[in-house]
Ligand binder design. Structure first.
Ligand SMILES: *Cc1c(COP(=O)(O)O)cnc(C)c1O
Length: 459
C-alpha cells in the first residue's frame, strides 16, 4: 500500500516509513493510505458470526502487503488481541460496543497494541533497540506502556506530570517493569511534552540512540481501530435483518471516528455516524457553521475527550468535503450535567452501567431515536444537544439500529459514576491487580539537562 499525506499529494511512502516516522516532518501532514480496498464479507463472516481475528487479518492485509508476510501478520494480530470487542444489546434497537476488554480497560489498547507490534516487526532488521519517548496526560500513556511491555527490540520511557493525573491513571503508568518505565516530572503536561520534543531535536542524543514516538496520529493506531467497526456492523446488521446501522462515537481527537470511516469505506454496513463530544465542541461547531476553529480545551468529566484542536480533523477533511461530512454525520455535544444525567438514565432505563465517555454517545443516540433530527429549527449551538445538521439518513433514524461505542470501563471513572447512580461500578480484576502493585515511577526535575543525563546513564 502507498501512503500519501494530508498536506502533500505528491508524498508517497510505504507502510514502514509511515509507521516509523509517525507523521511527515517535512510538511507536518498526516499519513493516509491512497485507497481503502473493499473486503469480501464471506471471508470474515461464517454462519452469521464474525470472527474478530479473521476480520482483523483480512482488513489489515492490504495495508501491509509486500511488507509484512501473511504468517507474520496473523501472528502479530493474535499476539495483539488476546481479548475481543463485545457487542451487548441494551434495548430493542441499541447495542453497546464494549471496547474496554483489553489490559488497560480502554479502547486505545486496540490501536496501541497493533502499533507496538508493527514497530517491533520493522525494527527486527535494525541494529539495537528503538527507544520510544512519550509524554502523556493520562490515558494514552498507560495504553502505550502496556502495549509495548515486553515487546522485543523496543524500550519505552513515559513522562507524566506528577500529581496532575488521577490516582488510578498514575498507578497504571508507574507500575511497569522491564522495558517500560515512567518518569514523574515536576511540571505540567506541556513541560513533559517540551522535554520529549527537545530530546527529538538533540543531535547528541540522536547520535547515541534511535528515538521514536508513539503518537496517537500514527496510521498504525488508526487502521486497527477499523477492525471492531467491521465486526460490530456486520454482526448487528445480521442480527437485525438488514436494518440500517448508525454508529455513535464519543470523540476527542477523532481518531476513533476516522477509523469508523475507514471501515465504512472498506464495506462495513454503516449507514451513518453520530459524532458526539463533550463541551469541547470544535467539530459540532464546524459541522453547524462550516467554519473550523481550533480552540483551547476545557476540562470535563469525560476527560479523555478534552481536545479543542482534534488532530484527525485534518484526515477527515482530506477524505471528505464538508457536504459529504454533513451527509454522513449527525453531531451532538453534551456538558458535565448532561453526562451525569445520561449515566443515570442509562442505568435506570436499561440496567447498563456506562462510563462518562460512553454516556455522551448514549444521550446523543437516545435523542436522535426520539426525533431530534426532525426538530432542527432555532437551535442555539452554544447549548448542549443536537447540531442543526440533517444527515442523508435522518429519515431512517427512528427505524435504525444504533451501535454506541463504549470506550472505557466505568471503573476507571468510578467517582463520577458513583455521583450519577449512587454506587461504584465493579472493578475488573486486571485493574485491581494494578492497584496493588508497587509504584516504580522515577522522579524527574523539569530540567532538560537532567533529563538528558538520565537518558544517557539509564538507557
Ligand atoms: C481517547 C479516548 C476517547 C477519544 O477518542 P479519540 O480517538 O481521541 O476521538 C474517548 N474515550 C476514551 C475513554 C478515550 O480514552
Amino acid at each position: 500500500m502507498i501512503y500519501t499525506d494530508t498536506r502533500d499529494a505528491n508524498a508517497k511512502v510505504d507502510f514502514k516509513t509511515a509507521v516509523m516516522n509517525g507523521m511527515n516532518s517535512a510538511t507536518g501532514g498526516l499519513y493516509v493510505p491512497v485507497e481503502f480496498p473493499k473486503i469480501e464479507i464471506s471471508k470474515i463472516m461464517k454462519d452469521g458470526k464474525v470472527d474478530f481475528v479473521t476480520a482483523a487479518f483480512e482488513m489489515a492485509k492490504p495495508y501491509v502487503e509486500g511488507e509484512i508476510p501473511d504468517a507474520d501478520l496473523l501472528a502479530l494480530i493474535k499476539d495483539a488481541y488476546p481479548f475481543e470487542p463485545k457487542l451487548v444489546k441494551i434495548d430493542g434497537s441499541t447495542y453497546v460496543l464494549e471496547l474496554s476488554h483489553g489490559p488497560t480497560c480502554a479502547f486505545k489498547d486496540f490501536g496501541a497494541r497493533f502499533m507496538a507490534r508493527a514497530m517491533s516487526f520493522f525494527n527486527k532488521g535494525e541494529n539495537g533497540k528503538l527507544h520510544i519517548l512519550v509524554a502523556t496526560s493520562g490515558d494514552t500513556g498507560s495504553a502505550v506502556g502496556s502495549a509495548f511491555h515486553n515487546v522485543e527490540g523496543l524500550d519505552v520511557t513515559i513522562l507524566y506530570p506528577e500529581g496532575k493525573i488521577s490516582p488510578l491513571q498514575e498507578k497504571q503508568l508507574s507500575t511497569f517493569t522491564g522495558n517500560v518505565r515512567a518518569l514523574k516530572v515536576k511540571g505540567t503536561f506541556d513541560d513533559c511534552q517540551k522535554l520529549v520534543k527537545t530530546a527529538f531535536t538533540d543531535k547528541d542524543l540522536r547520535a547515541k540512540f534511535r528515538l521514536s514516538s508513539a503518537n496517537s496520529i500514527n496510521i498504525s493506531r488508526l487502521l486497527p481501530q477499523s477492525f471492531y467497526y467491521m465486526y460490530a456492523a456486520l454482526q448487528a446488521k445480521y442480527e437485525n435483518s438488514g436494518k440500517e446501522i448508525i454508529v455513535t462515537v464519543p470523540s476527542g481527537n477523532f481518531g476513533n471516528l476516522t477509523s469508523g470511516l475507514i471501515a465504512r469505506e472498506m464495506g462495513a454496513p454503516i449507514t451513518g455516524f453520530v459524532a458526539a463530544t463533550n463541551s469541547n465542541r470544535t467539530i459540532p461547531d464546524w459541522i453547524a457553521t462550516g467554519d473550523y476553529k481550533a480552540r483551547p480545551s476545557v476540562e470535563t468529566y469525560a476527560n479523555a475527550m478534552d481536545v479543542g484542536a482534534p488532530s484527525n480533523y485534518e484526515r477527515i477533511a482530506y477524505m471528505y468535503s464538508l457536504a459529504e461530512v454533513r451527509g454522513l454525520f449527525a453531531s451532538y455535544w453534551l456538558d458535565n450535567d448532561g453526562i451525569i444525567k445520561a449515566i443515570k438514565d442509562c442505568s435506570d432505563s436499561t440496567g447498563y452501567t456506562i462510563d462518562p465517555h460512553g454516556a455522551v454517545a448514549y444521550r446523543a443516540w437516545e435523542d436522535i431515536k426520539a426525533g431530534a433530527l426532525d426538530k432542527l429549527e432555532n437551535i442555539d449551538i452554544t447549548k448542549p444537544g443536537i447540531t442543526p445538521n440533517k444527515p442523508a439518513w435522518a429519515d431512517k433514524a427512528k427505524e435504525a439500529v444504533g451501535v454506541i461505542l463504549e470506550t472505557a470501563d466505568p471503573a476507571k471513572f468510578s467517582a463520577i459514576v458513583k455521583d450519577a447512580i449512587g454506587k461504584e461500578p465493579a472493578i475488573p480484576e486486571r485493574l485491581q491487580k494494578v492497584m496493588a502493585l508497587p509504584d516504580r515511577a522515577i522522579p524527574m526535575e523539569n530540567d532538560y539537562n537532567k533529563f538528558k543525563d538520565w537518558l544517557y546513564m539509564s538507557l
